[in-house]
Design a protein around this ligand. Structure first.
Ligand SMILES: [Zn+2]
Length: 85
């Protein structure tokens, strides 16, 4: 079930709401009761991070960069160093 970030433009109350795709968007603010409660499009990324899969994907992307320095057998890492050869 998707999680939508909602924010009230009237009082600033913000809350993540778990909704079915078929559910109608919320409009009434749970805090002040005004009709200014709206879905935040820009905050969708935060909801994805919260599920964990975004963080996992980021870890996998940084792995090749971490393993590269371990590959050279020479201490200096160049392979053409007179001291090592
Ligand atoms: Zn409000």
């Amino acid at each position: 079930m998707p999680i939508y970030a909602y924010k009230c433009t009237s009082c600033g109350y913000a809350q993540d709401e778990m909704q079915k795709v078929s559910d109608a968007p919320l409009t009434v603010c749970p805090s002040c009761g005004k009709d200014d409660y709206a879905k935040q499009v820009t905050a969708a990324g935060f909801a994805l991070k919260g599920t964990g899969w975004y963080a996992t994907d980021f870890k996998g992307g940084s792995k090749p960069a971490e393993t590269k320095p371990e590959a050279p057998s020479h201490a200096c890492g160049t392979g053409a160093c007179p001291a090592c050869n």
